[in-house]
Design a protein around this ligand. Structure first.
Ligand code: 13P
Length: 334
């Protein structure tokens, strides 16, 4: 059993309180590789932002759970080496789908876990969420749970259709589970194809898809029922069209990839939404830089040559999100 405090990590409790009161959101970036980890830490240190580094079940399968844990421990040491005396880094399990997986992560040093029972019947979701919360709180690990279903594909989590969170359920759910934060469904969606073309309109000037707006009325009702309670948005990549264009220009094929417009995320971050999950934008930034580099340097084959611009491009994207979308820059504890 390793406690996250011994690794220099923090849980989400204090940072969420400050984010809700301060009208900004904490970035939750998924990571699988060393380059992503380095870019996340560099961006957080340069902007003086707290940050959540999150690991999905798919990431654990890809990279190995133990390696990812050591990478998070390394992230804390790296942040200090870069000059941040007191980094606030959370190691979070994204979309835990069983009590056993959540327990395993808590036992190996995660400071926060998500139990996602959103596809289960309501009472079953409450029962397992409660079980995770009881175990996690013994070790001061914070727990995110989910009500409502997001559309899209996220590693092994996939759903064809979304069901908005029902505001009339949130008080009962939060009270009975004892969760520390609640992921809700208000129209965001996992992946780089968040909406089908028939759900969107098309900008006549650019020919690009314009997605339907998020359900801010549902968010407002939830906030009214649970004042000050930390709310989480999954599926919040914006799918930057310049990255999609670069990928397509250099041999990729991502027609009609579309995300959540950043101004809507900015608006959400000013509300009780205090954690915004971004994964696909990092994948796009990495792939765009690698495709461009390899197309322009067909004789290069040292991975460091193309991973370096990929890391730079991800870092630029992370800094942009922190400063211009979520507003968490300069928000480390005094
Ligand atoms: P995106 O696919 O929009 O980046 O969402 C990631 C996410 O919600 C991880 O849980």
């Amino acid at each position: 059993m390793v406690n996250y405090k011994d690794l220099g990590l923090v849980n989400t409790r204090e940072m969420f309180k400050r984010a809700v009161n301060g009208g900004y959101a904490i970035p939750a970036f998924n990571f699988n590789t060393m380059e992503q980890m380095q870019a996340i830490v560099q961006a957080a240190v340069e902007t003086k932002s707290p940050v959540i580094m999150q690991v999905s079940k798919g990431a654990r399968n890809y990279a190995n759970a133990t390696i990812l844990r050591y990478m998070a421990e390394g992230a804390v040491a790296y942040a200090k080496e870069l000059g941040c005396e007191h980094p606030e880094i959370v190691l979070h399990l994204d979309h835990g789908d069983s009590f056993e997986l959540c327990k395993d992560c808590i036992d190996m040093g995660f400071s926060s876990v998500m139990y996602d029972g959103s596809s289960l019947p309501y009472e079953e979701n409450i029962r397992i969420s409660r079980q995770v919360v009881e175990y996690a709180h013994k070790y001061d690990v914070t727990v995110e749970c989910e009500l409502g279903v997001l559309a899209g594909v996220e590693d092994e989590v996939a759903s064809e259709v979304s069901h908005y969170t029902k505001p009339e359920e949130v008080i009962d759910f939060a009270t009975r589970t004892g969760c520390d934060s609640l992921a809700i469904s208000i129209g965001t969606s996992h992946g780089a194809y968040k909406f089908k073309p028939e759900q969107c309109t098309r900008d006549p000037k650019t020919g690009r898809l314009v997605p339907p707006p998020l359900a801010f009325d549902v968010l407002a009702e939830i906030e009214q029922k649970l004042p000050g309670f930390p709310i989480v948005l999954h599926g919040s990549s914006s799918v930057p069209q310049d990255e999609v264009d670069t990928i397509n220009k250099y041999g990729g094929n991502l027609p009609d990839a579309v995300g959540i417009p950043e101004e809507q995320l900015r608006k959400a971050a000013k509300s009780a939404v205090c954690k915004i999950n971004i994964d696909s934008d990092s994948r796009l930034a990495m792939t765009a830089a690698i495709r461009q580099y390899l197309a322009e340097h067909p004789d290069h084959f040292d991975p460091r040559q193309y991973l370096k611009p990929a890391r730079e491009n991800m870092k630029k994207m992370y800094i942009h999100k922190i400063v211009n979308v979520l507003g968490s820059d300069g928000k480390l504890a005094e």
